[in-house]
Design a protein around this ligand. Structure first.
Ligand SMILES: [Cu+2]
Length: 117
């Protein structure tokens, strides 16, 4: 019995870590940066872009899961379809400093856009 409880606690711990504590390495966006969509994650998933200037990000979707198709950045009303096995360039408006989430429709794939100098 105790082992089931232990497994439960570890599992809850992993969920907490994954959804709230885990901070992926930060990557600065430049024109060669390609964000790969594969196995349920964006990599890199923590991307810094400069403030107050329009930028674009290139997504390479290798994940055939239907959920991987839609890329959403709710703060800026961006909803982009990513074509499987192709590079899709997503244009972003000039954004004020801050952190913005990007994710798939069901928020299983998640990333953070950090707008900062
Ligand atoms: Cu999803």
């Amino acid at each position: 019995m105790w082992i089931i409880n232990l497994v439960g606690v570890v599992f809850v711990g992993l969920i907490v870590w994954w959804f709230w504590l885990y901070k992926p390495n930060e990557v600065k966006a430049n024109k060669d940066l390609i964000i790969t969509v594969e196995n349920g994650v964006y990599s890199p998933s923590y991307i810094t872009v400069p403030p107050n200037q329009a930028v674009s990000l290139v997504f390479n979707r290798k994940d055939p899961a239907p959920c991987a198709e839609q890329l959403l950045i709710p703060e800026f009303n961006i909803s982009e379809s990513l074509v499987l096995n192709q590079h899709t360039r997503v244009h972003l408006p000039a954004m004020p400093t801050g952190e913005y989430e990007f994710h798939c429709q069901m928020k299983m794939y998640k990333g953070t856009l950090r707008v900062s100098e």
